[in-house]
Design a binder for this molecule. Structure first.
Ligand code: SF4
Length: 389
């Protein structure tokens, strides 16, 4: 297939595909799926070999958010029966993080619900970062606290945060459809503040919210333009009690095509398979390891993931290996300009192109028979039960 040969050549040279090529990946048929996975897998192996980086989520503060992101179980007015708690103490957060590190996680992602942190919140998180770094040698810490105000990125960096996560989630054109309390440019600005402060930028998307193929390509090109070092790809977990509870738009095959497209557009970036993989990829999860070089271990913020031991078994069975702390995640050419320490892993990139786009293709919604797959998290941080790591 000429398209795939072209995309492999471009991916090996770190050259940006055209929008038409990215859209064409999404438009491939199920008959072509294994060819698409094999082609994007060549690009993945060129830059990351067969390594899989494990990341572990700690929800520092859960629920009761004043923002109205429609996909989020923690949003204003959410009826989802999730755990709700305020800030975990630094020691408790560190204990939660240690469970993930013991399971093989190289990065701990400290997340808090809310529009953004107050300066006092930044103090709290700084203490938590110190506690985690003291108790877990070599671990990378990523903070995910929402929109940042002036000076907060620098303070988090000084406290030892290696990375900052703030997802763009969807295209600029459709951002207003999923959230009215902040906009796309607010999110871009926070990612840029994190980068300016010397943190590695982690920013990704959520697929399956009813967006078009053009929207998906738009957001991935925007992420490439932003030069995020890591790009988490979430598949919507349609929580009961949120406005998107009835959005079941993805098949396992489409989820794989989306991951392949992201790999072709961001060939040398840490592409992370994030929330919703169990729900939407289901038994095809191992195929996704040929496309992504990073996954979350165990549970998500407010929902259950596959058991951590099953994640490890899946990686081994598929012929991949867990990336150790002695290996730098990103390829050499992306490490320039980075500080010392665990995040010495990241930086640099290339501009995106912006051309016209073919007609959108939105898959027909499927029935809702798999709603049983969404389970609220009842263990780990904020509970007395041991975490799933
Ligand atoms: S700001 Fe964050 S926690 Fe709040 S509703 Fe949006 S995604 Fe959820």
């Amino acid at each position: 297939m000429d398209l795939l040969n072209t995309l492999v050549d471009k991916g090996l040279r770190r050259e940006l595909p055209t929008r038409e090529e990215a859209l064409a990946v999404l438009a491939t048929s199920d008959d072509e799926l294994l060819d698409v996975v094999a082609a994007a897998g060549k690009v993945r192996r060129q830059w990351f070999g067969r390594r899989v980086k494990l990341n572990y989520l700690v929800n520092l503060k859960s629920g009761l958010c004043p923002e109205d992101c429609s996909y989020c179980s923690q949003r204003l007015g959410s009826k989802a029966e999730i755990l709700k708690y305020t800030w975990l103490k630094p020691d408790d957060a560190s204990k939660a993080a240690a469970a993930g590190v013991a399971g093989g996680a190289k990065r701990v992602c400290l997340v808090a619900s809310g529009r953004g942190p107050t300066d006092k919140d930044v103090d709290r998180v700084s203490e938590t970062i110190s506690a985690i770094k003291e108790q877990n040698e070599g671990v990378e810490v990523c903070a995910c606290l929402g929109l940042l105000s002036d000076g907060q990125a620098g303070r988090l960096r000084a406290a030892g945060a290696d990375a900052y996560n703030h997802n763009l989630n969807t295209s600029e054109a459709t951002y207003g459809d999923i959230c009215t309390t902040h906009d796309f440019s607010d999110r871009v600005s926070t990612v840029q503040q994190a980068q300016a402060a010397g943190m590695s930028a982690c920013s990704g998307l959520i697929a399956g919210m009813g967006e078009s193929d053009a929207d998906l390509v738009d957001v991935v090109f925007a992420l490439r333009d932003l030069d995020a070092d890591s790009v988490p790809v979430n598949f919507l977990i349609p929580f009961e009690g949120t406005p998107l509870a009835k959005e079941w738009n993805l098949t396992p095959q489409r989820a794989l095509r989306i991951l392949a497209m992201v790999r072709f557009v961001c060939p040398d970036v840490e592409v992370r398979l994030a929330g919703g993989r169990e729900v939407h990829l289901r038994s095809l999860q191992p195929l996704a390891l040929h496309l992504v070089n990073s996954i979350f271990l165990g549970d998500y913020l407010t929902s259950e993931g596959q058991a951590g031991k099953d994640d490890l078994a899946m990686i081994a069975d598929a012929g991949f290996e867990v990336e150790g702390t002695d290996t730098t995640t990103l390829p050499e050419h992306r490490r320039q300009g980075c500080g010392e320490g665990a995040c010495a892993s990241e930086d640099a990139g290339e501009p995106a192109d912006a051309a016209g786009e073919p007609a959108a293709t939105v898959p027909a919604p499927s029935d809702d028979t798999r709603r049983d797959l969404v389970s609220v998290r009842r263990r780990g941080a904020g509970t007395d039960l041991p975490p799933n790591a």
